[in-house]
Structure formats: structure tokens, C-alpha cells
Design a protein around this ligand. Structure first.
Ligand code: ADP
Ligand code: ADP
Length: 221
């Protein structure tokens, strides 16, 4: 699903990602674990085509990253998502559906289903400017999966959530997995990845220190 070979981003200040090589298989839930500033967001931004690598290469389902073909397979929840605050939650998801080329008839059915699934439900009628951080994160998740992607990148999806919100997001990700969606999860918290992920990579200072199952990685530490 994901193959990265020596993927690098040099911001010119000694920061970024240094030659990251990893493979993520279809249907896998992969955790990318590391402290703030380790380079997790940078790596994901390269894979979704938002920033151009300065070295190495990678493919998603065999398509080069940054290509339209690769992007079609991807859902992405950025760490900081800025919404059109004057829109309602439902309108934001509708807008995303439209941008993904989903027709109005299909969207009319899918948008309320998605809002229910992420626990927004009827509050989808409220304007986003009245949403809490947790509600905004759920909305981001709804947008990330509106096109039914094969692969979803989530950048610290639980960081703004209270324990109940975390649990709900976790359940939702478990459900996504059961449907065969491949998940790539960035987090600085072990507890966020250990319950969901089959394999993890430990990242520090732009380098992978270790890759393995959660228990492998824990035993080494
Ligand atoms: P993480 O997601 O693990 O917190 P990031 O990928 O956001 O890490 O950042 C990795 C490092 O690169 C950090 O030290 C960050 O300050 C730096 N960085 C991120 N974006 C830029 C940029 N546009 N220019 C220069 N440095 C950056
Ligand atoms: P994220 O973890 O989502 O990348 P950050 O807070 O690290 O968010 O970065 C926010 C924005 O600032 C991004 O566009 C990032 O590229 C940029 N940025 C982060 N660190 C630096 C830095 N040291 N110098 C310049 N730009 C940076």
C-alpha cells in the first residue's frame, strides 16, 4: 500500500525527515510514533503530496506520491484543520464530497450517515464556529473518509480530545479497519497507537529508530 525508500525532507535548518524507508501493507494499521518535532507530519505531508521530498521516493498503491492517481486512494486528516467557520458541519462535509467528485444525490445520503458515524449527528446543522475542538476533529474525520479511501492518514487525531472523545475516535478507527481500510496514524502517545496498530515505527529527529510490533518496540525500550 505504501512503499517509501529513503524519503527525505531537508528544511535547510537541520530539521525534517532523513531517509525514511518503510512499507505498509494493505489493511494494516501502522503507527508512526515519536515526540513533537520528530518529523511525523513532514513525512505524512510528503506522502499525501503537500510537500515535495528533497530526496528518495515513495509510492501509494504503486502510484508515485503527489500524483493524482495516488491522491485518489487517500484520505487525510491534518493536525490543524481550518474550517470554513461560517458553514455548518453538514455543509463542510458536503463541500468535501463535491471536491471529491461525489454527486449531489449520493452526497445527500452519505453526509448524514457520516455525521452520525463520527458522533456529530444532528449538530451537523450548527455552524462550525460553535464546535469544540473535539467536534472539529470528528468533522475532520468525516471529511477524511468522505470518498471512501483505501488509505487514511491521521495526524494526531486524538490530541485535542477528552478521554471519551479519544475512545470514540479509536472505535471509529477500529471500524474503518474492519472494513479493510489501511490506516497510518501519527501520534506522540503510545496509548493512542498500541490498541489499534499492528506495527509501529519509532521516529526521532527525522530518523526511524525501530520498526516492529508494539510489544517488540516496548521490550526494546
Ligand atoms: P512532528 O509532526 O513529529 O511534530 P514535524 O514534521 O511537524 O514534526 O516537524 C519536524 C521538524 O521540522 C520540527 O523541528 C519542525 O519545527 C521543523 N519544520 C516543520 N516545518 C518546517 C518548515 N516549513 N520549515 C522549517 N522547519 C520546519
Ligand atoms: P504540523 O505538526 O501540522 O506540521 P506545525 O506546528 O509543526 O504543524 O507547523 C505549522 C506550520 O509551520 C507548517 O506549515 C510548518 O511547515 C511550519 N513550520 C513548523 N516549524 C517551522 C520552522 N521551524 N520554521 C518554519 N516553518 C515551520
Amino acid at each position: 500500500m505504501i512503499e517509501a525508500h529513503g524519503l527525505s525532507k531537508d528544511y535547510g535548518n537541520g530539521r525534517g525527515c532523513r531517509g525514511i524507508t518503510l512499507t505498509v501493507g494493505t489493511g494494516e494499521a501502522f503507527g508512526f510514533l515519536g515526540p513533537n518535532g520528530a518529523g511525523k507530519s513532514t513525512f505524512v505531508k510528503m506522502l499525501v503530496g503537500l510537500i515535495r521530498p528533497t530526496g528518495g521516493h515513495a509510492t501509494i498503491m504503486g502510484e508515485p506520491i503527489g500524483s493524482i492517481e495516488a491522491r485518489r486512494h487517500i484520505g487525510y486528516l491534518p493536525e490543524l484543520y481550518r474550517y470554513q467557520e461560517w458553514l455548518s458541519g453538514a455543509e463542510v462535509v458536503q463541500l468535501h464530497a463535491k471536491l471529491c467528485g461525489i454527486g449531489p444525490a449520493v452526497a445527500a445520503k452519505r453526509v448524514p450517515e457520516l455525521l452520525d458515524r463520527v458522533g456529530i449527528g444532528l449538530r451537523g446543522r450548527d455552524r462550525v464556529k460553535h464546535y469544540s475542538k473535539g467536534m472539529q476533529q470528528r468533522l475532520g474525520l468525516a471529511c477524511a473518509i468522505v470518498n471512501d479511501p483505501k488509505l487514511v492518514f491521521l495526524d494526531e487525531p486524538a490530541s485535542a480530545l477528552d478521554p471519551i472523545g479519544r475512545m470514540e475516535v479509536r472505535n471509529l478507527l477500529h471500524e474503518l479497519r474492519k472494513q479493510g481500510t489501511t490506516i497510518f496514524l501519527n501520534s506522540h502517545l503510545l496509548e493512542d497507537v498500541e490498541l489499534l496498530c499492528d506495527r509501529v515505527a519509532l521516529l526521532n529527529n527525522g530518523n526511524i529508530l525501530q520498526t516492529g510490533t508494539v510489544s517488540d518496540v516496548l521490550q526494546e525500550k
